[in-house]
Write a new protein. Structure first.
Length: 393
């Protein structure tokens, strides 16, 4: 070995040891420790960056489980609005007057001057009975009256002259008065042979024919007066106080006509069998086109009512059997008792809800009163955003 190579070897042997030579662990271990320290520092820096009041507080396990088990329902915000309240009744038309005219004397029908179904005026002749001997009896009574009058006049003069007593004059006066009464009786009997209409109306029935024998009390004709025409219904006892005399109503007949009128009569006592009260709506029928005895739907206005329109399928029953709906009140399920005002294709109108309610429209059957639930709002229905001034039936 040369002297130069010997010197390089000695210099390397005498060189000072490095940092890694002095460490008790190796370089790779030390690098791992530094990475772990940096990771821990990064985690703590994230926690410390938030203020202490923003740190989440651990909730009790029971509350966490309860929130996780909350049922979710769908609600709709509904508002109470004024509606024109109406009561619907099944009814029928009735003529204002229906009179069956009966004979007041015996005899044979000699003439029927008016055809059945024709319009007649008051005092118009509708049936004639053969007068028979009635006219002769009247003539006889008049002759007897005239004779008694002559006798009474003579007795009066003789009494003034003192030839006839006052008792004889009184008897003559009585005979004369009786003869006048007999004339009047015969006149009445003769007039009964002619049967006349008591008022303007329609000759609806004519049960006799010319040549028929008619007795006292036997019907000769039926006359009806259907102007005004009545629409008669029967209202339940729990609704009768909501209708007043003069209230507006309308009647839709099965024949297609729809007319309007006013309430003219409400019975004071009910039908004991049905517990309903008779009610009459008076309508004009000057053209006499509306008929008697036709079925109709009677609608009576009872004023405005503050009601809420709800979907038909959400009505339910409480544990004690009361009708109502479920709502969300301060995040909890609550039951509201309601009363149905009207039911139609647009929904059910009910009273008993607050001015604004979050009504459960889906999922309510799986909840119970007082339970906390999660909920979401449904889009408003078309019927709920419509103009509120509509008629309710």
């Amino acid at each position: 070995m040369s002297s130069d190579q010997q010197e390089q070897t000695n210099a390397a042997a005498t060189k000072a040891p490095s940092f890694w030579d002095k460490m008790p662990v190796g370089k790779s271990v030390f690098t791992s420790i530094l990475v772990i320290i940096a990771l821990i520092a990064w985690l703590f820096s994230g926690l410390l960056s938030h203020s202490s009041d923003e740190l989440a507080i651990a909730k009790p396990l029971s509350e966490t489980i309860q929130q996780a088990n909350r049922f979710k329902v769908v609600v709709q915000a509904l508002e109470a609005r004024p509606y024109l309240n109406e009561i619907n009744l099944q009814a029928r038309s009735e003529a204002d007057k229906v009179v069956t005219i009966a004979a007041e004397t015996n005899g044979t029908i000699s003439a029927l001057p008016v055809d059945k179904g024709a319009f007649v005026q008051a005092n118009q002749t509708i049936c004639k009975i053969d007068i028979g001997a009635r006219q002769a009896q009247l003539d006889e009574a008049k002759a007897m009256r005239d004779a008694r009058q002559i006798e009474f006049n003579a007795a009066t003069k003789l009494t003034e002259q003192g030839h006839v007593s006052k008792s004889q004059l009184a008897a003559s006066r009585a005979a004369y008065d009786a003869s006048k009464a007999a004339v009047k009786g015969r006149q009445v009997e003769l007039s009964r042979a002619t049967i006349r209409a008591p008022f303007d109306g329609i000759l609806d029935r004519l049960p006799v024919k010319v040549g028929d024998f008619i007795s006292v009390g036997q019907p000769c004709a039926t006359i009806i007066d259907k102007d005004p025409l009545l629409v008669v219904g029967h209202i339940a006892e729990n609704q009768v106080n909501s209708v007043r005399l003069g209230a507006i109503g309308k009647a839709a007949f099965v024949t297609g006509e729809t007319v309007q009128g006013k309430v003219r009569y409400i019975a004071e006592t009910p039908n004991l069998a049905t517990r309903t009260f008779r009610i009459e709506l008076e309508i004009d029928n000057k053209d006499l086109l509306l008929r008697d005895g036709v079925s109709a739907e009677l609608t009576l206005q009872t004023g405005n009512v503050l009601a809420t329109r709800i979907p038909q399928g959400i009505l339910t029953m409480s544990d004690d059997g009361k009708l109502g709906v479920r709502v969300i009140d301060e995040g909890r399920v609550a039951f509201r008792n309601v009363a149905i005002v009207a039911d139609n294709l647009d929904g059910v109108l009910v009273t008993g809800l607050r001015a604004r309610e979050n009504v459960i429209i889906a999922g309510g059957e799986y909840t119970r009163d007082g339970r906390q639930v999660d909920f979401e709002f449904a889009a408003p229905a078309l019927a709920d955003v419509a103009t509120p001034s509509v008629e309710v039936r």
